[in-house]
Design a protein around this ligand. Structure first.
Ligand SMILES: [Zn+2]
Length: 324
């Protein structure tokens, strides 16, 4: 695909295009941003662009572009962790490869996914490669946690921080490219918090709307929660395969409720099909909503920290019953 089909990161794309046109592209680039923010997609577009010979690179259609996208271009490589991290043996192989000229293209491009996963030995070895790279080498490092990279590596890279993509752009993209209804697209866009890749992944999950219905029933049922129901319910919730997404969906419903109460405007509501509930419910007062939000956030953190899901949900419900 050409650059203009990429959603968001206009500033970064502008800078990359200028560097390409002026032939001043840095030999080491660092793309930073959370998973799903498009770092890898843009890295591959750049890899296409440096070797595409069409007028407006990347054309996305010539043999070189197609080979790059299908990971079959001999001059483009994606380096990913092996086992627990990126090993020194992988970096040494890379150094060897850097010694020979490109086979087909003008440049050799190495994209390093999760660059912060390099072992210390690998990082130190990579540093030497970065110091004096052959003129045809381009390294694109991708990182969700750039603070974990060696400062000496970072200082040798041109850094491009990816920004969250506006919800409206993601919604329009999903409507156009995935043929979704605007109301559906908006839900995925809101949940993705500015990450196009995540919005697309959510929209492709078959179970999504069933899971959202369960989140809705859960929020509606909380007012009648009896003490003896807490642990059976926690057990049931712990069986959800996508418990983090379930909690996000609950949070999104509470956020809708809060903003609707505060403003009376439908514009702020993501789950527009639940509007009747937001309008008629009398139980969820603002303070209660805020309390529930903080408990859900805590449960999400617990799950992220590998606390047993049954315990995380149990603690959340118990506290909900006692405090809220
Ligand atoms: Zn091309």
């Amino acid at each position: 695909m050409p650059f203009q089909d990429f959603i968001g990161q206009e500033q970064i794309i502008k800078l990359l295009k200028i560097s390409l046109a002026e032939n001043t592209l840095s030999h080491a680039l660092l793309f930073t941003g959370p998973a799903g923010s498009g770092k890898e997609t843009l890295a591959f577009l750049l890899a296409q662009a440096v070797n595409c010979r069409e007028e407006n690179p990347p054309c996305g259609e010539c043999l070189s572009c197609r080979k790059t996208m299908s990971l079959n271009h001999p001059d483009v490589r994606l380096l990913t962790r092996e086992g627990t991290g990126i090993r020194i043996s992988q970096i040494r192989a890379l150094e060897q490869e850097s010694l020979s000229q490109p086979y087909e293209g003008r440049k050799k491009v190495v994209i390093i996914r999760d660059a912060e996963d390099m072992s210390l030995a690998a990082a130190n070895s990579f540093l030497k490669t970065l110091e004096e790279p052959p003129p045809y080498m381009i390294f694109v490092l991708l990182s969700g946690r750039p603070q974990a990279l060696l400062p000496t590596i970072k200082s040798r890279c041109r850094i491009f921080p990816f920004q969250p993509v506006p919800e409206k752009l993601i919604t329009a993209y999903l409507v156009k490219k995935k043929a979704l209804l605007p109301a559906e697209a908006r839900i995925f866009a809101a949940l993705s918090r500015g990450k196009v890749g995540l919005a697309v992944a959510l929209s492709e999950g078959e179970e999504f709307f069933a899971l959202r219905e369960r989140a809705y029933s859960f929020i509606k049922g909380l007012r009648k929660l009896a003490k003896k129901e807490i642990f059976p319910l926690a057990e049931k919730l712990a069986q959800e395969e996508e418990s983090a997404l379930f909690l996000d969906l609950c949070l999104e419903i509470l956020r809708d409720l809060f903003l609707y109460r505060e403003t009376g405007k439908e514009d702020y509501v993501t789950n527009i099909d639940y509007l009747e509930f937001y309008q008629n419910d009398r139980y969820w007062q603002q303070q209660r909503i805020l309390g529930a939000i903080s408990l859900l956030v805590k449960a999400k953190e617990d799950l992220g920290a590998s606390v047993n899901p049954k315990l995380a949900f149990g603690a959340m419900l118990l506290e909900f019953k006692e405090v809220i």
